[in-house]
Design a protein around this ligand. Sequence first.
Ligand code: RP5
Length: 149
Amino acid sequence: MKVAILMGSPNDQPKMAPAATTLAEFGIDAEEHVMSAHRNPATVVSFTEAAREAGFGALICGAGMAAHLAGAVAAHTTLPVVGVPLSGGALNGVDALYSTVQMPRGIPVATVAVDGALNAALLVVEMFAITDAALAERLAQYRAAWGAS
Ligand code: RP5
């Protein structure tokens, strides 16, 4: 399974880069795409509705301000969606945090910290490792090394 890393603007890429880097460390394929829930909502819908069939196992969505890409994506798939609120704008990420974490019941988004792209990737690795013993072992090694650093 591969992972989609979606972001609302090309300007988000530096903040989202740790997601792809971390997934690569675990040998998990990932694709980065720029699409916005408010600038190109039709693209968000078509990509998301096709995601499971296209081989994606999870989607990581980063957006700043109140754009709320993760919630829009979650509305169109039952794959796990991890939301990364991004800093910036007048409220510097508090707006993105609240809009991403406060999803109404029934449509979940697993929300990490503001600019928490690395943890978003680790959460997806943990999900994939539920049914992949070799990946679980690599995760244990990563965690041990992390604690030692
Ligand atoms: C959101 O609006 C993006 O995720 C970005 O964080 C924010 C500002 O976008 P830009 O003006 O930098 O393109 O859609």
